[in-house]
Ligand binder design. Structure first.
Ligand code: C2O
Ligand code: CU
Ligand code: CU
Length: 494
């Protein structure tokens, strides 16, 4: 699972050495565990009577080190709200852009037509409002929304243009599962952040960072520097987790006992899956249950992949693992039911239904001088096509694939180097093979992200909505710097 050699990662962290790293360390060491910040939740499952405003704006936010960082937020200073909606609704959004630069807002995970998908073709100029009516036809699932401004997705998302969209359906609303937000049902947005010597959130690109993606040294949950402690009821606790890092794979485990996974990107698994750990790429979502009757306290642990692990490891007793969230049993009242046996009806994938097979090779090395581009592009990834898929860097005016609506297809993805998280818009798919092997049991349900390293990965996919040539869907690496650098393609569905 290591994406790079140790030497390379040592080089990457050296880029951030000097005063800035020291500043971040001092701030971190002073931070005592405190309650998990709850992201404001807007529950629309009871009905929608008016347009839903989402205001992309400039903000200032204290991540917990006592310093106000310059951020972007959606309706708030940093990140966006958690929106809770229901299958069958149409969401009338008014997305106003006031960040001082052009942006877009993409609904990652939603099965919606291309013209409301919020990809790079649906630009919102500074001061303008984009008003898509977004139909929710899919089942209960954890989705998210983030900037998809071509060449600037990485920087804008890192700065704070990201939020969570929880889709519920009749089954999930009546399911015997914890669902009281902030009591027994928590949404966790995991990110890694770099803080400069002045304590402010920093984002800096270099050739090395283009190559590895931006990987920072401080774990942040819901906008707060970890670790955080949360008093919870004595029963089942539900954690809905999003890896919103630009580039970092995170390995999640529990301090006590296995991880019980109940849902992946696109919805519930057929039954809970117990696993020692979950490897989560940027863009992935998993829901887990923690039984607080088993232990007085438990903790969600996060291990970073190698790059930049540096000083955090030392702070946490030399282990490779960080305590990300401490769950402390209390007398609070919450969900009292038991661990579910069955969650959803999920038939095994039927690859023999596929009538089309497409191959994609993700290419890091197309001969570009990444260091020179980093200098030239002034802290965003430009649009210069330094990486590619099937030999071609992303071009806004080139359609790469044409898909027939309703066809079942196999997409086979391979790489020339490194581990990449591959994402497809407008669908959920099933993983047939991941790096030449079956996917772990927790990743065998509905997904819109697949890991691609050695060998190849194959997914079985069907597109049920249309995406015309002027509003195509994207497929891309979800290391956001790779995406911005051109590791992305476009397809129509007609
Ligand atoms: Cu998270 Cu193209 O998207
Ligand atoms: Cu997406
Ligand atoms: Cu990549």
């Amino acid at each position: 699972m290591n994406r790079r050699s140790f030497l390379k990662s040592a080089g990457a962290s050296a880029l951030f050495a000097g005063g800035r790293l020291a500043g971040a360390r001092a701030a971190f060491a002073q931070t005592a565990p405190r309650p998990l910040p709850l992201i404001p939740m807007k529950d629309l499952t009871g009905g929608i009577n008016e347009r839903i405003p989402l205001h992309l704006k400039v903000g200032r936010h204290d991540f917990g080190n006592g310093v106000l960082s310059d951020t972007f937020g959606i309706n708030q200073e940093y990140l966006g709200p958690v929106l809770r909606v229901k299958q069958g609704q149409t969401l009338p959004f008014d997305v106003r852009n006031d960040i001082g630069d052009t942006s877009t807002l993409h609904w990652h995970g939603l099965h919606i037509p291309g013209d409301v998908d919020g990809g790079p073709h649906q630009e919102i100029e500074q001061g303008q409002v984009w008003s898509p009516d977004v139909p929710i036809v899919q089942h209960a699932s954890m989705n998210w929304f983030h900037s998809h401004m071509h060449g600037k997705t990485a920087r804008q998302t890192y700065t704070g243009l990201a939020g969570v969209l929880l889709v519920e359906d009749d089954a999930s609303l009546s399911a015997d599962l914890p669902k009281t937000y902030g009591v027994d049902d928590f949404t966790l947005v995991l990110q890694d952040k770099m803080f400069g010597g002045d304590g402010k959130m920093a984002y800096e690109l270099s050739g090395e960072v283009f190559e590895d993606g931006f990987e920072a040294d401080t774990l942040v949950i819901n906008g707060a520097i970890a670790p955080v402690a949360q008093e919870v009821p004595s029963g089942l606790i539900r954690l809905r987790i999003l890896n919103a890092c630009n580039a970092r794979f995170l390995t999640l485990s529990m301090a006590t006992g296995p991880v019980t996974v109940i849902a992946s990107d696109g919805g519930f698994l057929s039954a809970p899956v117990e696993t020692a750990e979950i490897v989560m790429s940027p863009g992935e979502r998993y829901e887990i249950l923690v039984d607080m009757r088993q232990a007085e306290s438990n903790a969600l642990n996060v291990a970073y992949d190698e790059g930049g692990l540096g000083f955090l490891v030392n702070l946490f007793g030399g282990s490779q693992t960080l305590t990300a969230l401490i769950l402390q049993r209390s007398s609070r009242k919450g969900f009292t039911g038991s661990m579910p046996k069955q969650l959803a009806n999920l038939a095994p994938p039927r690859p023999y239904d596929a009538t089309v097979t497409r191959s994609f090779e993700l290419q890091m090395d197309v001969g570009a001088d990444l260091a020179a581009l980093a200098l030239a592009w002034d802290n965003f990834c430009g649009n210069a096509g330094a990486m590619a898929i099937n030999g071609l860097p992303m071009q806004m005016d080139r359609i790469d694939e044409e898909v027939r609506k309703g066809d079942t297809e196999i997409w086979r993805i391979s790489v020339d180097d490194q581990l990449h998280p591959f994402h497809i818009h407008g669908c959920s798919f099933r993983i047939l093979t991941q790096n030449g092997a079956p996917a772990p049991a927790y990743a065998q349900g509905w997904k819109d992200m697949v890991h691609v390293e050695e060998g190849w990965s194959e997914v079985l996919v069907r597109f049920d909505h249309t995406a015309p040539a002027d509003a195509p869907y994207m497929y891309h690496c979800h290391i956001l710097e790779h995406e911005d650098c051109g590791m992305m393609g476009q397809f129509t569905v007609t």
